[in-house]
Design a protein around this ligand. Structure first.
Ligand SMILES: CCCCCCC[C@H](O)CC(=O)SCCNC(=O)CCNC(=O)[C@H](O)C(C)(C)COP(=O)([O-])OP(=O)([O-])OC[C@H]1O[C@@H](n2cnc3c(N)ncnc32)[C@H](O)[C@@H]1OP(=O)([O-])[O-]
Ligand SMILES: NC(=O)c1ccc[n+]([C@@H]2O[C@H](COP(=O)([O-])OP(=O)(O)OC[C@H]3O[C@@H](n4cnc5c(N)ncnc54)[C@H](O)[C@@H]3O)[C@@H](O)[C@H]2O)c1
Length: 318
């Protein structure tokens, strides 16, 4: 008798081991999002749009006011799209969504007794993220699940400064959060089944598709995307093609909605640099992660892409 499995069963087995199906779990009602930049504001928005109560935190009231304006603009776009012919439904949706978001500068007070989930979306720096998690671990309820939206850093290293590795994971959203359908749910060795199930259910509740991945550098998307963006910058630096031609080529030749150079500007060149420098330091012999001189120069000059009005390209300031 042959011991080999039919191909279809083999694939089924592989799929089961890594699939990300939502099972019954403790629901998330209240969440705190730390960092109100591009990603934090977007995560707060999609959570509030789907009925969750959100506390959004940043270091100053001015930053929070800017986030509030961005959220308002984006919610209005979503409302117009969802309720095309119905201005009353549009304004009800927008005002109900906005009323579910509270803004706060006091990080420690932001995780009250009813906080089910914490999502960190601050600067891409391990020490700063660890400081934050270590501080919050002391004040947050023991039931609160901690997560990071990091693009490139180890979730295990972040969890190591807390006493809640079983209630820790990664939730990697994509930019623009209001539009992009994917969230990578990152499981570390300690993540409990209950935590993982709550995280995948929350992702489904915010109307995104979860995929499950291990805590490896860049998870799935960025492990492939970062070398691609970095190589596009090197192509430009070698003078092999112009930025416009590289972008046009990848849009029309590979079917991407944005070319790599404009995507780098869209993500934020500071974020690009944090990721590339971090991986270059960790894996110095890997040429895929070699630094880009042009990227370094633009960041030094404060040209961070769309958010500052100039990066590889120039943009109208909003
Ligand atoms: C080297 C190191 C690199 C580090 C990388 C780190 C990366 C990071 O960790 C992961 C990422 O995020 S990777 C990055 C992953 N991200 C990507 O790869 C993004 C790639 N780009 C895209 O997918 C598209 O270009 C966009 C969707 C951004 C814009 O689409 P477009 O067609 O060019 O322009 P459009 O016509 O304006 O908008 C179309 C529709 O979207 C709607 N809408 C847009 N923004 C909105 C907002 N803020 N709010 C609400 N709605 C918004 C809009 O209403 C419209 O709806 P309609 O029904 O048509 O009326
Ligand atoms: N930009 C992207 O496309 C993208 C996509 C996915 C994931 N990410 C990841 O999300 C995180 C945030 O990225 P972003 O693009 O939103 O950055 P951003 O610079 O737009 O926003 C970060 C915000 O965090 C705030 N902040 C920094 N330290 C803080 C602290 N200690 N307490 C409270 N607030 C603090 C900053 O004031 C800023 O408003 C990073 O880890 C990044 O790698 C970024």
């Amino acid at each position: 008798m042959s011991m080999s499995l039919p191909r279809s069963l083999l694939f089924y087995g592989i799929r089961r081991a890594f699939s990300c199906t939502a099972r019954a779990s403790a629901p998330v009602h209240n969440l705190t999002v730390i960092g109100s930049g591009l990603m934090g504001a977007g995560i707060a928005q999609v959570s509030a749009q789907t009925g969750h109560n959100v506390t959004l935190v940043d270091m100053t009231n001015e930053l929070l006011q800017r986030a509030e304006q961005r959220i308002k603009g984006s919610v209005e776009r979503v409302a117009k799209k969802q309720f095309k012919e119905d201005p009353k439904a549009q304004s009800d949706f927008a005002s109900q969504t906005l009323s579910r978001i509270k803004y706060m500068v006091d990080v420690e007070k932001s995780v009250g007794s009813d906080c089910d989930l914490l999502i960190e979306a601050i600067i891409e720096n391990m020490k700063i993220k660890q400081n934050l998690f270590s501080k919050l671990d002391k004040v947050a309820p023991s039931s609160t699940i901690f997560t990071s939206n990091t693009s490139s850093l180890s979730i295990t290293e972040m969890a190591s400064v807390t006493g809640r590795a079983d209630r820790f994971g990664g939730l990697h959203f994509f930019n623009p959060v209001a539009v992009m359908k994917l969230v990578e749910v990152v499981r570390i060795a300690g993540t409990s089944d209950a935590t993982f199930d709550t995280l995948t259910s929350y992702v489904t509740a915010v109307k995104k598709t979860p995929v499950c991945c291990k805590d490896t550098p860049g998870f799935i998307v960025n492990r492939l995307l970062v070398p691609y963006l970095a190589e596009a910058m090197r192509l430009l630096e070698r003078g092999d093609a112009s930025a416009r031609d590289i972008d046009t080529a990848m849009k029309l030749g590979a079917g991407y909605p944005m070319g790599p150079i404009e995507l780098a500007d869209y993500v934020g060149l500071d974020v690009n640099k944090f990721v590339l420098d971090g991986w270059h330091k960790k894996f110095p012999d890997n040429p895929l992660f070699a630094p880009s001189e042009t990227l370094n120069k633009l960041v030094d000059e404060g040209k961070l892409g769309v958010k500052t009005g100039e990066g590889f390209y120039k943009y109208d300031k909003k």
